[in-house]
Design a protein around this ligand. Structure first.
Ligand code: ACM
Length: 646
């Protein structure tokens, strides 16, 4: 009798387990439009095949892409067959269909216990369906080696998904530090996992010109090289005359073609940026005649030494003239040559011409600029820049491309059909959209991934902070703006303080996941709790892929105030729920046997250091942080912000 009851119980629990709905929505970033979870799994095995019901080369490429990844991790052959099979026959079917409801990049993914189908209007949709499918597979799919003893289960579900915006961008600054062609390909591989479709390459700046332009050899012979320095970029000592200028590099035109093709295969457009008239020291050093300022021939490509005074706000005061001269016809001939070749190399419809942070103090001293102002009736330096932008817009359009710039191009009058990338907050974008110009939102407040992700006491120092939960609040369409002018959103990864790919990854992830959800998922579905839990599910996948990410969301946040009797009071909090904070004031390393933080702390009189660490249950999860009490005292100054250097 007892035995029978036991069997009944076991039966009951196994049926219940079988019928339990899979947690599919909890696995995916960006969150899909709709997910209907089933129960049970499809299990990949050595007989699983991939069927592609189209002769479209790009659809076949997606099938091969899927097959390669499966083979690489499982060791199964996963052959690609050019036909459609029944979903019930242990296969993954990729189908091109006609379904207006999912648009050009949407897909429908259907997983049953006996097979899988991904259908889409265009190969891009198949590609995004495949990316979702990978996220449903065990984390070992992300590795580069065959892993044995994995049950390759994929939860039964049905997903309908399409993006909110057509412009889902990431900017990679390859000028401040050069990143190789293979690095750029790796960047593309990582971004497409989260359904980004636009790579903005910041190709030129004061620290390096990174693209070969035929007929202008000095741009890459001279302009691509500086002196390697490490430390805190922006404060470096000026290089000596004999220091080797061998740090940097550039892409040949063949390299660019290869990168463009690599991106195209993965449904990524590349937006090239040639940043002028400011940020142009590398060009000026290569061809000093492009400057308004005598003596520019003595300049060098910047190696991170100070060249701007930012203490007066925007625009900065330049200590040397890093601008192209709007009053010099040779500048427009130069730009014509550059834009001709850039337009030929990059098939994307836009060219980005920068326009940001252009100092005007050397223009103010220039007789040529004064003469130009008189001739053209220009009243101030903003109008001088606007004159430059309008001429450049004509050049860009004469090459069959659309013109885009940072929001400074609004000052002094916007060129007639310019698109604006709004970075100094959303206001430039709002203004441009109200003038019926196209806009991409990439505000510093939410989308600057070069900023620190946590407290500067532990993060590599940069001048500002953007935590994951703030990045997650990014909303590309502000109230009162006609959404049709907002093409989408973008996160920017400037690399002044990023010297290598590992640190690039640390800065990109997990914040680029937050931005991916802002530009892909329905606004109504955004939810920090759900997102942060899904981010945690992605981390083991990053480990399997050997891609670095920042664990900063696990570290505590310090805030300070004063008691009535002027003692320092320290409040600790965390970005995500469910963490305990343990602390010490005695310089030893706290663990979960130390006092647990429950209410604001007043440091003992002679304490010099507050050490803290977060735990989840019995497991340490944050990093050990040593915070000097004096540093916290400095933060009591009401003029101090989290962004100030300590
Ligand atoms: C910018 O961050 N200067 C566009």
């Amino acid at each position: 009798m007892k035995k029978n009851i036991l069997i009944l119980w076991l039966l009951f629990f196994s049926v219940q387990a079988y019928c339990q709905k899979n947690n599919v929505a909890g696995l995916l970033i960006p969150e899909p439009v709709s997910v209907s979870a089933g129960s049970g799994n499809f299990t990949l095995n050595a007989q699983t095949s991939i069927h592609v019901g189209s002769t479209d080369a790009s659809a076949k490429w997606v099938a091969q892409f899927l097959s390669k990844k499966i083979t690489g991790a499982t060791g199964f052959q996963a052959p690609v067959v050019n036909s459609i099979n029944k979903i019930s026959s242990n296969n993954i079917n990729l189908l091109l269909i006609k379904d207006a409801s999912i648009g050009d990049e949407g897909y429908k993914l259907n997983v049953t216990t006996s097979g899988i189908s991904i259908s889409a209007n265009k190969p891009a949709g198949l590609f995004y369906g495949v990316q979702s499918l990978f996220q449903l597979m065990p984390k070992e799919i992300e590795g580069s080696q065959v892993v044995k003893n994995v049950k390759w289960n994929i939860p039964v579900c049905s997903i309908t998904d399409y993006p909110r915006f057509g412009w889902r961008g990431l900017m990679f600054d390859v000028s401040r530090h050069f990143f190789t062609k293979d690095d750029v390909k790796e960047f593309i591989d990582q971004m497409v996992k989260y359904k980004y479709n636009l790579l903005h390459l910041h190709l030129t700046d004061d620290e390096g010109w990174r693209i070969e332009i035929k007929g202008l050899p000095r741009l890459t012979e001279v302009g691509a090289w500086n002196v390697k320095k490490v430390g805190y970029f922006g404060t470096f000592s000026p290089p000596g005359p004999n220091d080797p200028r061998d740090y940097g590099g550039f892409y040949t035109q063949d390299d660019i073609k290869e990168i463009v093709k690599y991106a195209q295969d993965r449904f990524v457009n590349i937006l090239p940026e040639i940043d002028v008239p400011g940020h142009s020291l590398a060009a000026v050093v290569s061809y000093p005649e492009l400057s308004c300022t005598p003596g520019a021939d003595k300049y060098h490509v910047r190696s991170g030494e100070p060249i701007m005074d930012w203490s007066h706000g925007q625009p900065p005061i330049a200590m040397l003239d890093n601008t192209l001269c709007p009053a010099n016809e040779k500048v427009y001939e130069f730009l014509d040559k550059v834009m001709t070749q850039v337009a030929q190399l990059f098939p994307f419809e836009y060219i980005h011409v920068g326009g940001d942070e252009c100092p005007k103090n050397f223009w103010e001293k220039s007789d040529a600029i004064k003469a130009l102002m008189q001739k053209e009736g220009l009243k101030n330096m903003d109008e001088v820049q606007s004159y430059f932008e309008k001429r450049l817009e004509k050049i860009v359009e004469s090459k069959g491309k659309k013109f885009m710039g940072w929001d400074e191009i609004l000052q002094g009058g916007l060129a007639p059909s310019a698109a604006v990338m709004s970075w100094r907050g959303m206001k430039g974008g709002i203004e441009a959209a109200k003038m019926k110009h196209d806009v991409v939102m990439s505000p510093t407040d939410f989308a600057y991934l070069d900023y620190m992700q946590g407290d500067r006491v532990i993060e590599p120092n940069v001048y500002a902070t953007l935590r994951l939960n703030k990045a997650y609040q990014f909303e590309p369409v502000p109230d009162g703006v006609d959404a049709k002018y907002i093409k989408g959103g973008q996160a920017n990864l400037w690399t002044e303080q990023i010297y290598n790919m590992r640190h690039m990854e640390y800065m990109l992830w997990p914040r680029a996941m937050a931005i991916s959800e802002a530009v892909w998922s329905p606004k109504s579905k955004r939810d920090w709790k759900s997102f942060s839990s899904r981010v945690e599910k992605q981390f083991p996948r990053f480990d399997a892929a050997q891609i670095k990410y920042a664990p900063s969301m696990y570290d505590p946040i310090f805030s300070v105030s004063q008691t009535d009797d002027k003692q320092l009071k320290i409040k600790l909090s965390t970005e995500i729920d469910g963490l305990d904070i343990y602390y010490s004031f005695d310089n030893s390393f706290p663990d979960n046997f130390y006092p647990k933080y429950t209410s604001p702390l007043i440091p003992p009189k002679d304490a010099v250091m507050l050490k803290v660490i977060t735990y989840r249950g019995k497991e340490p999860i944050g990093r050990m942080i040593s915070m000097p009490i004096n540093m916290l005292k400095k933060r009591l100054d009401k003029n101090y912000t989290e962004d100030d250097m300590d």
